[in-house]
Ligand binder design. Structure first.
Ligand code: NIG
Ligand code: FE
Length: 417
């Protein structure tokens, strides 16, 4: 049989195989390694994976990639990012070093609100042009599936504009980009004293318009003491669910107000952050099958003293995922490998658990466990070819890249110089 591409002489293929399901407990520490492997790729998908010699014998091909004994992993799935904005906010980073907290900076007019006017003023084209190089950097760092949120418009028209920019980026860039509507990222300043007014716009205007335009798959909300309360979040999430949007939450990032419990009650696909989540909240997530998506780079960038309890969650049987949370304020980190390092160092994950969290479990957090996140027959051929001596090397070398090639749907989309 003729295929498009074969990859031969793979020293180790870390398949992260799971049958499409999120990995839990001891499974997270199993990379599903096939030594001396080969992969046959047809129509962008993995047609076969097995011993290199067998693959070479069984198929004819248009293109052969000799992996020269290298290590392969699935491409990273970054399931939580905010890449569409106008200006960066490095001065807030300096303010945090000088002792101000993220919430203090937000309440003093910085934070998300300081990103709104420039996003409202920008055209779709400008937003696309500014976001493109940001996402290209992520691709060079191995990300092959990306979730991107709106949330810097906070008016019906400008939220739709941000989602339009995300749709354009998805057309232009060679990776899968999945859009999340996040009109509930913050209360815009003009509704500071009229939360009900903004909630009405979210529920009566924005969510129906997003649904009608089919421009987002998920709805997310920043549930936190200084932003959306539990009650307010419940209203928004209910409306989103009624309109057929899948749910995500920024939950219990800083103060444990019951965000995790609400994520369980609402049947969210993932609850993200969870830096301060209570034991009850964590157990509620487990019972409801919600994926805890931990964002260690955010807490690192906020100079947090404590981190989400990743070790405890894995030991308790939860399918932990990790993501960058790339955004202009709390966390300007585009690197999944660095996020893995921080998950290991600050949350106690093993390197292989961190890899599971960054690939197959993250795919499940985007409801794509059957499509991406592992090297298994039928899945997209989204692959990273590494120049590393072992998988532990990925989080071990902090902030440096050892990626030789990134393939998306079997095609090379990045090659190191
Ligand atoms: O995930 N938590 C809410 N949103 C971002 C922060 C965005 C910003 O500061 O601009 C986050 O941390
Ligand atoms: Fe976020």
């Amino acid at each position: 049989m003729k295929v498009d591409t074969i990859i031969i002489n793979i020293g180790q293929a870390a398949t992260m195989a799971s049958g499409g399901k999120a990995k839990i407990a001891g499974q997270m520490n199993d990379a599903g390694i096939i030594a001396n492997a080969g992969i046959a790729i047809k129509d962008g998908r993995i047609l076969n994976i097995g011993p290199s010699a067998e693959i070479e014998q069984k198929y004819q091909w248009d293109e052969a990639i000799d992996a020269k004994g290298r290590i392969l992993t699935p491409g990273f799935v970054d399931s939580h990012t905010h890449p569409v904005f106008v200006h960066t906010r490095e001065d807030e980073f300096a303010m945090r070093i000088a002792g101000k907290s993220y919430v203090e900076i937000s309440l003093a007019g910085g934070g998300i609100r300081s990103s709104i006017q420039s996003s409202r003023d920008a055209s779709v084209e400008e937003l696309v042009e500014l976001s493109l190089p940001r996402i290209q950097k992520m691709i060079a760092l191995g990300t092959t599936t990306l979730e991107a949120k709106s949330g810097y418009g906070l008016s019906t028209q400008s939220e739709l504009k941000q989602l339009k920019a995300i749709a354009e980026l998805a057309k232009i860039l060679p990776i899968d980009i999945i859009a999340t509507f996040m009109g509930a990222h913050e209360y815009p300043i003009e509704y500071e004293n009229d939360h009900e007014g903004y909630l009405k716009i979210l529920i009566d205007e924005m969510i129906p318009a997003v649904k009608e335009q089919g421009i987002a798959e998920f709805c997310d909300i920043f549930t936190e003491a200084h932003v959306f309360s539990i009650e307010e979040s419940r209203w928004v999430l209910r409306a989103a669910r009624e309109h057929g949007l899948k749910l995500k939450m920024h939950a219990d990032e800083i103060i444990p107000i019951g965000g995790a419990e609400l994520a369980a009650e609402m049947g969210c696909i993932s609850a993200d952050h969870l830096g301060a989540a209570s034991d009850n909240g964590i157990m509620a997530l487990k019972a409801a099958g919600v994926i805890p998506t931990l964002l260690p780079a955010t807490l690192f960038s906020l100079a947090a003293k404590t981190y989400a309890r990743g070790r405890f969650m894995i030991d308790s049987g939860l399918p932990v995922a990790i993501a960058t949370d790339y955004n202009p304020g709390s966390c300007n980190c585009d690197s999944m490998p660095l996020t893995m390092s921080l998950a290991c160092l600050q949350m106690g994950l093993t390197p292989i658990e961190a890899l599971s969290a960054a690939t197959i479990n993250a795919a499940c957090a985007l409801d794509r466990g059957d499509q991406v996140g592992s090297l298994e027959i039928g899945k997209l051929a989204d692959i990273i070819i590494w120049d590393i001596p072992s998988l532990n090397f990925i989080p071990y070398h902090l902030g440096s890249s050892h990626i030789v090639k990134v393939l998306k749907r079997g095609r090379c989309i990045f090659k190191a110089q």
